[in-house]
Design a protein around this ligand. Structure first.
Ligand code: NDP
Length: 419
């Protein structure tokens, strides 16, 4: 019996909300709130008569703490699920603290305006000290740890697939498969084809910022940064086949380095097709990925936001995407004095997702873990107060929930390793 406020009503939130509505015995009441209320109303209307969850909708600009506070006070939820954008993480955390409510999200904080001088000064210091230059990092949200602890509240960060399930896989490997983990390779393969020359599978702005940034990995206690897309490997993915993948910086490496300190190397690889890479390079070369406003015919526009308006809406890719995703982690290490390797992953089919929730697998593989993370918090299985990433909690009930609600795990004890 619980009341949940979901903020955001885009591709990922649509899946998470539909999945919450399949578990009405826990998600008894749910308010869908976003910047554009008509999208919330449309989803609530589509679910009418199909769920026992009592749905309401609301308009909110989550960039404004006071608006979120007013909404929380009016609705009185047990949990706020932030499935808007990383830009809203801090304002929503502030509102949760002000109202005494638990919080969760699917991506760590990054600012919308990366030219803001106050943010930039802190960012540049962090680049030098930490050794990686992605715009996003956990420091902003980890700074809330004491406040959440003192308030007896839990904030669960990054509970999608990657970040999210990948960290639960790490916690599972540590708990059941290894005494000591030496290396972790996170492999994210999207073998789907939507038929467009170029489109992104989730929010284009967030996605393009992430993949155009320099790559980096954790090795022997420090970051190694490399030019974007400069490390390429080929891997033969179960149920997908051979794909090129590239080493990227990714947010869970940062928390895993802190929480599995014995790991000597942690890397993240994502598959990309040649068409995607060619388009991205060209867009970057002409300045279309810039977040700095430019003056165009008398008004300021932000190039990457304009590009977002031109690209297909990720939520519209569902009916036309065929193929499968395969995301998981490969480990090397030791158990009972013996060297061993282990691979845990999930395979998800785009068209199966579309049949179930009218969405492609990238939103599905993020929205289902968000629902399962909420389930852990609401059913009292993950309760430690403070600000936590997924690997800090018991992975067993979470992975059981994922098995049950659409993202079952597969395993191999003799995987091909990535060199
Ligand atoms: P979308 O762009 O599809 O949806 C974002 C939603 O947030 C929209 O409904 C948008 O409203 C709303 N929103 C944006 N700004 C505000 C605001 N100021 N106030 C209220 N609502 C706002 O994004 P996705 O669904 O693709 O992604 C959602 C989140 O999931 C992102 O943080 C993304 O980084 C994360 N993600 C995580 C993954 C993981 O594996 N961990 C993988 C993929 C995504 P409007 O309709 O008005 O634009």
């Amino acid at each position: 019996m619980s009341k949940v406020l979901v903020i955001g009503c885009g591709g990922v939130a649509n899946v998470a909300i539909r999945k919450c509505c399949q578990v009405s015995e826990v998600f008894t009441e749910l308010c869908i709130a976003s910047r554009t209320k008509s999208k919330c109303d449309a989803l609530a209307a589509a679910l009418k008569g199909k769920t026992a969850t009592k749905l309401t909708t609301a308009q909110v600009d989550a960039d404004k703490v006071e608006e979120v506070i007013a909404l929380i006070k009016a609705y009185q939820p047990d949990l706020v699920m932030n499935i808007a954008l990383p830009y809203q993480d801090l304002t929503i955390m502030d509102a949760c603290l002000a109202c005494g409510v638990n919080y969760m999200d699917t991506a760590n904080y990054e600012p919308e305006d990366t030219e803001d001088p106050a943010w930039r000064a802190i960012y540049e210091k962090r680049c030098k000290e930490a050794g990686f230059s992605a715009y996003f990092d956990y420091s902003w949200q980890w700074a809330y740890r004491k406040k959440f602890e003192d308030a007896g509240l839990t904030a669960l960060l990054g509970c999608g697939f990657d970040p999210g399930v990948t960290q639960a896989y790490c916690a599972y490997a540590k708990k059941h498969e290894f005494d000591e983990i030496d290396t972790i390779d996170i492999l994210d393969c999207n073998g789907g084809d939507h038929g467009y020359a170029f489109a992104t599978n989730f929010n284009p702005e967030v996605n393009l910022r992430e993949v155009s940034a320099p790559g980096s990995y954790w090795e022997n206690g420090h970051w190694v940064e490399i030019p974007a897309m400069s490390v390429k490997r080929e891997y033969d993915f179960d149920k997908v086949g051979r794909k090129d993948m590239y080493l990227l910086h990714h947010e869970e490496i940062e928390s895993l380095a802190a929480n599995i300190p014995e790991a000597k190397r942690i890397r993240f690889f994502m598959t990309f097709g040649q068409s995607y890479l060619d388009h991205m390079r060209c867009l970057e070369d002409v300045g279309m990925l810039s977040t700095a406003p430019v003056l165009f015919e008398g008004r300021e526009i932000v190039p990457i936001k304009f590009l977002k308006a031109l690209l297909p809406d990720p939520a519209s890719l569902g009916p036309r995407t065929h193929g499968k995703t395969n995301i998981g982690c490969i480990f090397t290490g030791r158990k009972d004095g013996q060297d061993k390797t282990y691979y845990i992953y999930n395979v998800c089919d785009h068209q199966e997702c579309y049949k179930e929730v009218e969405s492609q697998a990238v939103s599905y593989t993020t929205g289902v873990p968000a629902m399962c993370g909420a389930l852990m918090l609401l059913t009292g299985q993950w309760t430690t107060p403070g600000v936590h990433t997924v690997e800090e909690f018991d992975p067993d009930p979470f992975l059981d929930a994922l098995d049950k609600y659409g993202l079952p795990r597969s395993e191999s004890h003799a995987p091909a390793l990535v060199d």
